[in-house]
Ligand binder design. Structure first.
Ligand SMILES: [Zn+2]
Length: 392
């Protein structure tokens, strides 16, 4: 596997500047294209799985995090509060409290459950500068997050479905799982008192029902409950957590969440926290390393590169470019043909446009493995490529 920091620089995907600060990378146009394609894929996947998307602010009052428990159990990872007009505002360390309040914004009936609320949203972690690097450890995180508010009877099915969604996304992205980890509470005051045994029993059953082997690890749980961590490995074999599924009895109680049951009485929902691709930053870091920059065609920043053999074919190349529609295409007019083909070795499709192609209105396309598609009328070739690059 490759080092995403080196490749990210070479391919012009992202960069850093000491004036912005460590752990605060910016995304260049090609990196932003990959990121947007990934975000769109995840949102579509979630929408089809019955999630509703929301947006919520990256700030909240300190009081919000006192209620959620972050303030007393997670403050070391948070930025200090900002004083604004007598109030204290906090950069959020997670999206859960905002989603709990969205749930609580009106009365809820058992008929609405499971209620799946999703957001690709910003959150912040006060990591020390020594541990930061590239996209894999950052201070400003775009998290693919969701919270399923459900009845106790629904928790297991929801968690099983979330794990299945994670596996489906990994297949589409070409990411492999290093191992599944059941992360449990450990010693020390980091964890809330609560229904740990019940939540842990549910997650064990979820893993068993999903047919997945796993290791249990003490001291790796969230402060409010145990979780299933989907571990990935980087080029050097270092493990990190990309996706998670968590069962939480704590925050619904802290926020006083309720729904009206079939019996007309008020009941407390359970929260399943789940992330399919984890942080967008870490997911893209992994994609860069796994694919060595040769992204699946639907994620590639440039999908089709047009190489006019000489200046005489440049008008034909421009004409083709205009017919590319949603396809991410570019014309590469300068340099020797061999050098241009090498420069574009990570681009899924490259078309060499010579006098013959221009005269016949055809395209002949070479793929990354060096094989070629038979020359055919340009519209037919563009339609075929368009179908190949469609989001899975
Ligand atoms: Zn959460």
């Amino acid at each position: 596997m490759h080092d995403h920091r080196k490749l990210g620089r070479e391919l012009g995907l992202f960069g850093t500047d000491p004036l912005i600060g460590a752990g605060l990378p910016y995304w260049l146009p090609d990196g932003a294209l990959v990121r947007h394609a990934l975000e769109e894929y995840v949102r579509d996947l979630e929408r089809r799985a019955g999630y509703r998307h929301v947006h919520s602010p990256v700030l909240g009052k300190r009081e919000l995090y006192e209620i959620s428990g972050h303030w007393s159990h997670y403050r070391d990872e948070m930025y200090p509060p900002m004083d604004v007009g007598g109030e204290q505002l906090v950069l959020r360390p997670s999206l859960c409290p905002h989603h709990a309040l969205i749930y609580r914004s009106r009365g809820r009936s058992h008929r609405e459950l499971p209620l799946r609320i999703a957001e690709l949203g910003g959150m912040y972690r006060a990591e020390l500068s020594g541990v930061l690097g590239g996209l894999s450890r950052v201070r400003a995180i775009q998290l693919n997050d969701a919270h399923v508010f459900c009845t106790l009877d629904q928790v297991e099915d929801e968690a099983v479905a979330a794990l299945a969604l994670i596996r489906r996304a990994y297949d589409a992205l070409g990411i492999s799982v290093a191992r599944y980890r059941l992360s449990l509470a450990g010693a020390g005051g980091k964890y809330v008192a609560g229904e740990w045994d019940r939540a842990t029993g549910i997650l064990r059953s979820v893993l068993d029902r999903s047919g997945l082997a796993y290791d249990a690890a003490e001291g790796e749980a969230a402060f409010y409950g145990p979780k299933i961590d989907v571990q990935i490995a980087d080029g050097a074999g270092r493990e990190s957590t990309l996706s998670t599924v968590q069962v939480d009895f704590h925050q619904p109680a802290r926020f006083g969440l309720e729904y009206v049951g079939p019996d007309g009485a008020k009941h407390r929902p359970v929260m399943v926290h789940r992330s399919i691709i984890g942080s967008v930053e870490r997911a893209v870091a992994q994609l860069i390393e796994v694919h060595g920059g040769a992204f699946p065609a639907w994620l590639a920043p440039v999908q089709l590169r047009l190489l006019p053999v000489s200046a005489a074919e440049l008008p034909y190349a421009r004409e083709i470019l205009e017919r590319c529609g949603d396809l991410r295409a570019e014309v590469a007019p300068d340099g020797s043909l061999g050098a241009r083909i090498r420069d574009g070795r990570l681009v899924p499709y490259q078309a060499v446009l010579g006098p013959r192609e221009a005269a016949a209105g055809q395209l002949s396309v070479r793929l990354r493995d060096g094989s070629r598609l038979a020359a055919a009328p340009a519209d037919a070739v563009l339609a075929r490529i368009g179908a190949d690059v469609r989001q899975p």
